[in-house]
Design a protein around this ligand. Structure first.
Ligand SMILES: [Zn+2]
Length: 53
């Protein structure tokens, strides 16, 4: 696993790069690969924060 892969974002349908370095990081942390691009993830995080406060 040392190649960048492309994942289609579940929210906006755009393809985004899941880099080899990120894959390694996610693997080490035991995270599942992201399903959304960075901007959609940021948007979701912001929305969640707004609900909390
Ligand atoms: Zn997206």
């Amino acid at each position: 696993m040392d190649e960048d892969i492309k994942i289609k974002c579940q929210d906006c349908g755009e393809e985004f790069v899941f880099s080899a370095r990120e894959q390694k990081f996610y693997n080490e942390k035991g995270f599942v690969p992201p399903k959304r691009c960075k901007s959609c993830r940021n948007a979701r995080t912001l929305r969640r924060n707004k609900i909390n406060y």
